[in-house]
Design a protein around this ligand. Structure first.
Ligand code: FAD
Ligand code: SF4
Length: 493
């Protein structure tokens, strides 16, 4: 059915996304922050706001080229089942993105040039919510099998997308994961209140029923040699993420009470799963400082509030972004503007342009008590900090727990060095255009190849790696290419 043109839908209906629960209510529990229900009539109207503008810049804003105008129109026509088909054509796990994506597509929507963009992410979520509710999402095992065996290392969104695509092409796929449950950062990293883990479980069940084998609690390089994997499988895909955290270069990081965000956040995921965390750390009753102004930091702030912190201060090193797009960041680029995070909606304070100089133990008991810093004004060149003026040399904050969320430097690659896999200048796996590393038959995808980024990029990378692996094994591939844009990935901090 051809798409309908809706020239005045955006004049009839104001933008209204699905929304979130009240911050006061949601900080009292670990249920998702998103409003649990939505009204089909509301989404029907929001779909009509899409003007079918002819050059869908939203699609190039989406790293996997989701067919956004198609499903906007289909939702408006109430053909939800076909909308789900169109959504799955480019995205294996639309609920992963429909709940967690920062939606760069909306910045690129033509309406956002001088109006409010279409609620693309809400429509995506609604379609896939309905798909699960109606039982339309079912295992789709291949009708025939090849003799090829493929090993995927890592079960984050990149590994899962690669596995599903390769399995649907008929290959025998085994996913190896060092954690006790599949999902990567979707399971152990992203807080449960941002993304409920039942959503990973239902997808992994689908993949299992399609014939994919999962081997968990098995670290490649420790429990099973990488060389053995290479010898036993016809192709291997390294989708191990980029979870090596950046070190804070100041005195005091070895004090008790200072820990990387990624040691802290998975502990709460485990508690929410009902698993005990021996010697675990919580923010209850503490003065918490979160170092890092990005989204991992925001997840620490929100977790600390739920655990009952006394005070939470989030500290970023960079200047506060402007409230309006600067002239060198025009539409349809992702807008580099200040947006209050969901975590700051819930409380706490946020400081910008604060350069930490020391974590101090003022009473000599080996435990951190205070963060010392200078408040500065930075000068930037090409986005990098090149100079500073010190505004206040003696900035101090009380700190019983310091959570360090200042970014990631690359994959934990040492288990694969025996294979001869090389890293590039950014510290991620070096690959050629076919996503193959220097080692024949060993591919890389997701954060492990690009550096820490977004769920949507990881899904796209997994799809692309699957297509290249299928071509490597078969000489040709019917699997679709995924990344329709060659934009650099959006970094995740
Ligand atoms: C706290 C946090 C919150 C985030 N929130 C968002 C968000 O809201 N929206 C968004 O778009 N992005 C978010 N991201 C980023 C997003 O989660 C990642 O970009 C994405 O998960 C990367 O997927 P991946 O498959 O490449 O790697 P990962 O998800 O990191 O998965 C890699 C997997 O490989 C496994 N592994 C590693 N080494 C081995 C080995 N030797 N043997 C076996 N298994 C191994 C790991 O255990 C892990 O399970 C967040 C990241 C963090 C840290
Ligand atoms: S995956 Fe993200 S960028 Fe793509 S359509 Fe969905 S919300 Fe937009």
């Amino acid at each position: 059915m051809p798409r309908e043109h809706h020239p005045d839908g955006y004049l009839k209906h104001k933008r209204r996304s699905i929304g979130k629960r009240d911050p006061k209510e949601r900080t009292g529990d670990y249920a998702e922050i998103w409003a649990p229900d939505w009204d089909p009539e509301h989404l029907k109207d929001q779909g009509e706001r899409c003007v079918d503008c002819g050059v869908p810049t939203c699609m190039s804003g989406c790293p996997i080229g989701n067919r956004i105008p198609e499903w906007n129109d289909l939702v408006h026509k109430e053909d939800w089942k076909e909308a789900l088909e169109q959504l799955h054509a480019t995205n294996n796990f639309p609920e992963f993105t429909g709940y967690t994506c920062p939606a760069p597509c909306e910045d690129a929507c033509v309406l956002s040039y001088n109006d409010d963009p279409v609620t693309i992410k809400s429509i995506e979520r609604a379609i896939v919510d309905k798909g699960w509710k109606e039982g339309w999402i079912q295992p789709e095992p291949p009708t025939s099998r090849t003799d090829h065996r493929v090993a995927i290392v890592g079960s984050g969104p990149a590994g899962l997308a690669a596995a599903q695509q390769l399995n649907r092409a008929g290959h025998h796929v085994t996913v190896y994961e060092r954690d006790d449950a599949p999902g990567g950062l979707m399971t152990y990293g992203i807080p449960d209140f941002k993304f409920a883990k039942k959503r990973v479980v239902q997808r992994v069940n689908q993949l299992r029923e399609e014939g994919i084998e999962f081997v968990t609690s098995t670290a490649i390089g420790t429990d099973l040699a990488a060389d053995r994997l290479h010898d036993e499988y016809d192709a291997t895909c390294l989708a191990i993420g980029a979870q090596k955290h950046r070190e804070l270069p100041v005195p005091g990081t070895d004090l008790a009470g200072v820990m990387p965000a990624m040691d802290f956040l998975p502990q709460e995921n485990r508690r929410q799963h009902g698993t005990s965390v021996p010697n675990g750390v919580t923010a209850e009753g503490k003065n918490v400082v979160v170092l890092g102004g990005g989204d991992t930091g925001a997840d620490c702030v929100a977790t600390a509030h739920r655990q009952g912190a006394k005070q939470v201060v989030q500290i970023g090193i960079n200047q506060k972004p402007p409230s309006e797009r600067p002239s060198d960041n025009p539409w349809p680029e992702t807008a580099q503007v200040f947006k209050k995070t969901y975590a700051q909606e819930e409380g706490g304070s946020q400081e910008f342009a604060v350069n930490t100089t020391e974590l101090a133990d003022t009473d000599g008991d080996g435990h951190v008590n205070e963060l010392r810093a200078e408040r500065v004004e930075w000068t930037y060149e090409n986005g990098s900090r090149v100079g500073k003026t010190v505004i206040d040399p003696d900035f101090r904050v009380a700190a019983d727990l310091v959570l360090v969320a200042i970014g990631f430097t690359g994959p934990e690659s040492s288990p694969f060095s025996s294979l001869g896999v090389q890293l590039n200048d950014h510290g991620t796996f070096a690959t050629d255009d076919t996503l193959m590393t220097d080692v024949d038959g060993v591919f890389a995808a997701g954060d492990a190849r690009m550096g820490a980024s977004l769920v949507v990029w990881a899904i796209g990378e997994g799809r692309d790696a699957a297509r290249q692996i299928d071509r490597y094994l078969m000489g040709t591939s019917k699997l679709p290419a995924s990344l329709q844009t060659q934009n650099p990935p959006i970094p995740f901090r």
